[in-house]
Design a binder for this molecule. Structure first.
Ligand SMILES: *Cc1c(COP(=O)(O)O)cnc(C)c1O
Length: 362
């Protein structure tokens, strides 16, 4: 096989090589049935097994207590931005949003389309980019829910600590850092994530929902936009994104084999430590965009002293096999996304490349 790229894409993003190879082995003939998993009914026992096992693995890895359900939806995390207020901000109540960057802004805008929405905290206009401390988050006592973005993929900021919201249900968009570290999932009434950053290919959105919270949902919503539909039908009301769920299944098994969330966190801190060190030990040649206590272990944003130099960095990196390093168009500068599946070797190679680029251009 040709050398794999040093893949720092933000999403869709790197998948574990072992998972790709396993999928390749099973591509034409899934477990001896003479067909691929894509060619059989979603009501077959083969797919039902994938569906159930993927839910169980997710619950096990997150350490979910009783009373939670794992669901598979479509439409990406972006559809959740609308489904959340549709289901939970009805009857004159409204959600409260923690504003930390582009993704929380989009979630808030959808809630406003549906009616009122309040702001529980906002750090999105601040430089350096940062996440609010739990004490800065002011939750209206009558809020239907509080919504936060655990990791701002574009800014490169991540919550170090989640707030305690008491009686008010907490909802987390964890699209870009789910299963990257240990955390107390029972603080959340709902967690959701588009799969294409840390879980698998695009096409499926994983929703983890506390059943008593789900019961509060409004009635009279179109069937496909009601969480109840997925809960009642084990995510098999209509045809699910079979292949995407299958790939998530393989990724979850890979995470479990590696030692679960504790092992992922250890590895992610080690990996990103290499790159953050290259930034911090550069004598100001590289500068991180996020405040240190808000630095993400998934998306690392940084800049050089001018745009010319950044362009040269990207071009030279590309010539050396590095992919995905330009920052998001809204923030600019540079970004390395180091999701679970990005190998240590890629991060080490990037840190070394950064050191060398600095020596040549500093
Ligand atoms: C990528 C991303 C989204 C959007 O996901 P889609 O599946 O493309 O809709 C939402 N929130 C966060 C935090 C993201 O990183």
């Amino acid at each position: 096989m040709n050398k794999r790229a040093y893949n720092f894409n933000a999403g869709p993003a790197a998948l574990p090589l072992e998972v790709l190879q396993q999928a390749q082995e099973q591509f034409v003939d899934y477990k001896g049935i003479g067909m691929s998993i894509m060619e059989i009914s979603h009501r077959s026992k083969e797919y039902e097994q994938v569906n159930d096992e993927t839910q169980q693995l997710m619950a096990e890895l997150l350490g979910l207590p009783e009373g939670y359900k794992v669901l598979f939806l479509q439409g990406g995390a972006s559809t959740q931005f609308a489904m959340i207020p549709m289901n939970f901000a009805a009857g004159g109540r409204s959600g409260s949003y923690v504003m930390t960057g582009s993704w929380s802004e989009k979630a808030y805008q959808e809630a406003q389309l549906m009616g009122e929405a309040s702001i529980a905290a906002s750090t999105d206009k601040e430089k350096p980019l940062r996440m609010p401390a739990p004490s800065e988050i002011q939750v209206p006592a009558d809020a239907a829910y509080v919504h936060l973005t655990s990791n701002e993929t574009i800014a490169g900021t991540q919550f170090a600590e989640f707030p305690d919201t008491g009686e008010v249900p907490l909802i987390g968009d964890m699209s870009s850092d789910i299963l990257s570290r240990e955390f107390d999932a029972s603080k959340f009434a709902m967690i959701y994530a588009g799969a294409q950053k840390n879980l698998g290919p695009s096409g499926v959105t994983v929703v983890i929902l506390r059943e008593d919270f789900a019961k509060q949902a409004a009635k009279g919503i179109p069937t496909m936009l009601r969480y109840e539909t997925y809960l009642k039908n084990n995510s098999l009301y209509n045809t699910p994104p079979v292949y995407s769920v299958y790939m998530v299944n393989l990724v979850l098994k890979w995470i479990k084999e590696k030692g679960g969330l504790a092992a992922m966190e250890r590895s992610n801190r080690e990996k990103t430590g290499l790159i953050y060190s290259a930034i911090d030990n550069s004598g100001g040649f590289y500068e991180g965009l996020a405040a240190r206590d808000s630095r993400s272990i998934m998306n690392l944003t940084f800049k050089l002293s001018n745009e010319e130099l950044e362009k040269a960095f990207v071009a030279e990196a590309k010539a050396n096999g590095f992919v995905g390093l330009p920052g998001h168009r809204s923030v600019g500068h540079l970004r390395a996304s180091t999701y679970n599946a990005v190998p240590y070797e890629s991060c080490k190679a990037l840190a070394e490349f950064m050191d060398e680029f600095r020596r040549k251009n500093g």
